[in-house]
Every structure is written in C-alpha cells, then in structure tokens.
Design a protein around this ligand. Structure first.
Ligand code: DHE
Length: 523
C-alpha cells in the first residue's frame, strides 16, 4: 500500500507539473504543499530520496539558479520537473522559504540506516586488468557538476574512456586506493560511490551521512572516512564492500557535539586527522592496527573528588584528541605531516599545530580568509615554502614552512580558490575565482614569484581549478560553466593544445599525482 501511494504521488507530482494542472488551494501551508508535491522524491523529512535532500545545509552550498527558479522551471539533466504551470508564484515562493528552514532537530542516521542504503551493482564484474590501453596511473577523473557525471580521461591522448552518473552534487576531491584502481566519490547528501577504473564500472554506493563534507582513505586503502555535518558523526566504511566499520559520535571531551568540517589522511602517521567545526579540538584516528596506545588525559571524578585517568585506546581506530585554543578549519599539512596549519574563524589568523607533540606552536597573521586546503608547497632558494590563496583578498601568501613566517605576498587580479603546480614545472597556476576577473588564470614563477603570464581562456567565463598529468607536461584548466570545457595547456609553452566540451567540470584529479601525494596538489 505504501509503495502504491509513493508511486501514485511520484506520478501525480510529474503529472501535475507537466500538465499545468492547478494544485488545489487545500495545499494551504508550504509544509502541506511540500508533502503533496515534493516528498515523494525528496523524502518526507526533506532528507532526500530519489531526489536530493532539501535542507539548508545542502542548499546554501549549491551554486546555480535560485531555489524558486528551480521549482518553477525544473532542473535540466535531472528528473526535477517544472512546477511553474501548476503552482502559483506565491506557492513557489512559500515552498522555497520552507525548504530553506533548518530542520527542527538533528536527525539520526544509524549504522542500520547506512547498511539499508548500501547497494552494490549487480552488473559489476571485476576485470583482471585495465580494459583499455591507456596508462592506468595517468588517468584523470573529471567531476562534471553541471549534470552530475564523471568523465574518465586518458591522460596521454585525452580520449574519454567513460562517462558515468554520480550522486547529486559531488563535492571535494575523489579519493583513490593506493594502487590507483578504485576511486571513491562523495556527494553533499552523504552518498559515497565506488568506481573501478580498470573495469570502467560502478561497484556500488552507500549513504554514509545525511549531509557530508568530504572523504579520506586510509594509507592501506582499507578504510574510508566520511566527515559529516548531519548527523554529528564520522562514518568509517570498509573500502572493500562499503559496509559500516565504525561510527564515531563526535563531541569534545565535555560532551559538546560537533560537526566534522573535514577529514584528511596523514600518510606518514597512518591516521585520519579531523577538523571539527564547533569545538576546540582536532582528532586523530589511527588506521594502523598496531597503533600505540593513546592516552586521553584526566577527568574530574565528582564521586571520588579527584582526578581520574581516562582509559587509553590503542590499535585500529584509536582516537587522540588535540586541544586547540579555538575551532580550526581547512587544513594545510607540511609534506612530512608533522605540522598542520588551520584557519582560525576569528582574528584573521592561522594557527600551526605540531602533530607530534599535539599542541599549537605558532600563529600567522593571515587576514582575508586564507584557503589553506588549497595550499601547495615547493622548494625555493633551498627552503620549502607554501602558498595559499585568500577567498576575500586578491593575493597569495607565501609562507616559510621552516619558521612559519610570511615570506612574501603576490598581488593577484582578485580572490582565488585553487592553486596547482607539479614537481617538474617551474610555475604555480592560480585562478582568480571571484569578481570581475574570474576568467583569468595567473601563471607564477616559483622562484621569482613574478606573474609571468595571465591566461584568459574564455572571456567572461570562470576559469578555475588546474591539474597536471602525471609527468607535468600538460595543465588542465576548467571552464566552470554549464556548457563549459576542459582546456589542455602545454605546461612549458603555456599554449592551448586541446579543448574538450564538458558540463561545468568543477575539479579534475590525476591518479598518479593523487596516490603519490604530489607536492603540487592539495591533498
Ligand atoms: Fe570545497 C574541496 C570545504 C565551497 C569545490 N572543499 C574541499 C575540501 C573541503 C572543502 C574541506 C577538501 C576536501 C577534499 O578534497 O577531501 N568548500 C569547502 C567549504 O567549507 C566551502 C567554502 C563552503 C561549503 O561548505 O561548501 C566550500 N567548494 C566550495 C564551492 O563553492 C566549490 C567551489 C563548488 C562546489 O562544488 O561546491 C567547491 N571543494 C571544491 C572542489 C574541491 C573542494 C572542486 C576539491 C579540490 C581539490 O583539488 O582537491
């Protein structure tokens, strides 16, 4: 019966939208209207179904047409129909406001829910080797957010080997197993998709959270960590079959819950590092089964009126808390993963944390919202430096990684989002993501720090996010538009060599550069 109602309402929803059949006025409140028109696809609790979740955590991060416009006109390349002919503009405006309202309480998403969402592809057959001739370690995975697909490109010929549908609204870098065979892709609705790059087939998918930030894979490729905003958890999945291995309820030592801003792999430490949004702690979770015991410190025991030692944890998934002075976000790691630099929410500064001793060791004045997660590093005059763009200022900050001092600043034509380089190129490529010069891409000499050229691939269209092939011969630039393109440049002459039409190619990731933690890419 429930199934029949669901089918009826899905059909009705498409029928009403497509015929312009006026919706009765008993749809008196936006909530009631939502239940009638949207719930069959987007879920009764707005947490998603065949359509994405309609909650502010997801919607406020989506770029594109305003919500009311999507309701009225539908969304191209998806199953979202147009309601403009069947709903009044007041009803549409009411609906748009309703779905922007935060949920009354943080919903649960338990191990049982996750397990129930897991679906392994019945058609998947694992090939014994790559089913193509291209170098499997020089493939590119290109996320096309325009129509929620991924293209797999041969990194030598730039032929497209496959193009497959992803979950709605992929965010962050896909993560690869250490051998480069499998890639994991995450959507803002918490779906994780596993794809086999040798067989060119989806392996399966699972919903690990309701609103997720990013994923990280363990050093040995066995575990996948999913950072969630909703609920306040870190989900650890088996990378093999996407089953749930562990769920951490995230809260500080005194029990205050927190969203997880991001999770990163620290390869030299064989651990995951977590940035926490709401509490002044950084977490480290061991992915080494033989990890040393982690001592959690002392708590005050009211019963005994004394300090009592907290039990230590050891081995796989042992958790360590690092106390910091305020919540830190958006981490850059030095190449040895001895230090991280995190952005402090207030005060226009960044904080350096030594991961070995587990405390803050330096502060850097970095106003204008540094985007440390995009930071890259290289050797300059015998010294390692890192560079970070700023989301609110047209400049790059160049920082000495040895003494954490500001070495220089490079003035750019506007605030940037992403930076890229490669071991074998003398240049850093920096986009100008925001403002009137969003169509520009600066090429900066790594030694002199001079801008040697500014590309303008498509006047008026955003040029963003660069990735090199494994040899550093070519640099791929996205034209970040719905009818966009991927432009391949010769990394030495800086001339265009190829243009491949794509649907808003938001990011592209080279297998080799990612699995070797190339210093020119963000990790
Ligand atoms: Fe991202 C990576 C956080 C907005 C596109 N973004 C990341 C990562 C984090 C992050 C923590 C690193 C994850 C990883 O790769 O494992 N992003 C945030 C934000 O906090 C912010 C500012 C606001 C938000 O919550 O959404 C934000 N990000 C955006 C966008 O608006 C972008 C431009 C478009 C979009 O798709 O939403 C965007 N973020 C990206 C991309 C990466 C990314 C393409 C991967 C970069 C890479 O090269 O590795």
């Amino acid at each position: 019966m429930i199934l029949r109602i669901a089918i009826f309402s899905a059909v009705w929803c498409g029928f009403a939208a497509s015929t312009g059949f006026a919706v009765a006025e008993d749809a008196s409140t936006p909530q009631r209207l939502y239940e009638q028109q949207c719930a069959s696809c987007h879920g009764r609790g707005r947490l998603g179904g065949t359509g994405p979740a309609l909650i502010p955590e997801t919607l406020s991060r989506m770029h594109g047409p305003a919500i009311a416009k999507v309701v009225a006109d539908g969304r191209v390349a998806t199953q979202m129909p147009a309601f403009g002919a069947s709903l009044t503009s007041a009803q549409i405006a009411g609906l748009a406001e309703y779905i922007k309202t935060p949920l009354a309480e943080v919903p649960a998403w338990t191990a049982t829910d996750i397990a129930a969402s897991r679906s392994m592809s019945a058609r998947y057959v694992a090939a014994t080797g790559p089913v193509f001739k291209a170098d499997p370690l020089n493939l590119f995975v290109v996320v096309e957010t325009g129509d929620h697909h991924v293209s797999v490109l041969d990194g030598d010929s730039y032929e497209r080997l496959d193009r497959f549908a992803t979950p709605f609204a992929v965010h962050g870098g896909p993560k690869f197993t250490p051998d480069g065979r499998y890639v994991f892709i995450m959507s803002r609705d918490g779906w994780v998709q596993k794809y086999d790059l040798w067989s060119l087939q989806e392996v399966g998918r699972v919903r690990a959270g309701l609103n997720a930030r990013n994923i990280a894979i363990s050093k040995d490729g066995r575990w996948l960590a999913v950072a969630n905003y909703l609920p306040r958890t870190l989900t650890i999945l088996s990378a093999e079959d996407l089953s749930v291995a562990r769920i951490f309820d995230v809260a500080d030592k005194s029990g205050v819950p927190s969203r997880v801003s991001a999770v990163y792999q620290a390869p030299t430490r064989d651990s995951f590092i977590l940035a926490l949004k709401d509490v002044s702690e950084i977490w480290e979770i061991a992915t080494d089964p033989n990890a040393e015991p982690v001592f959690e410190g002392f708590v005050h025991s009211h019963e005994k009126g004394m300090e009592e030692a907290l039990p230590s944890s050891r081995g796989l998934f042992a958790r360590r808390r690092i106390k910091v002075s305020q919540p830190l976000d958006d981490f850059f790691f030095d190449p040895q993963y001895r230090h991280l630099v995190g952005a402090a929410r207030e005060g226009g500064k960044a904080v350096v944390v030594n991961l070995i001793v587990g405390r803050e060791i330096a502060e850097l004045p970095l106003p204008g919202m540094p985007h440390l997660g995009s930071g890259i590093s290289w050797m300059r005059d015998g010294r390692r430096v890192m560079a970070t763009p700023h989301l609110k200022e047209g400049r790059l900050s160049i920082i000495g990684v040895d003494d954490w001092s500001i070495v220089s600043t490079v003035a750019t034509d506007g605030p940037g989002f992403f930076l890229r380089s490669h071991e074998s190129t003398p240049y850093v490529w920096a986009d100008v993501f925001f403002g009137p010069n969003k169509d520009r891409m600066h090429i900066i000499d790594k030694q002199s720090l001079a801008i040697v050229k500014t590309l303008r691939p498509v006047p008026g269209s955003t040029a963003a996010h660069v990735e090199f092939d494994r040899h550093g011969r070519h640099a791929l630039v996205s034209i970040w538009e719905d009818d966009g393109a991927l432009i391949v440049y010769d990394a030495r002459t800086l001339e265009e060599v190829r243009r491949i039409p794509m649907r808003k190619p938001s990011g592209k990731y080279n297998v080799w550069n990612k699995i070797t933690f190339s210093e020119g890419t963000s990790h």
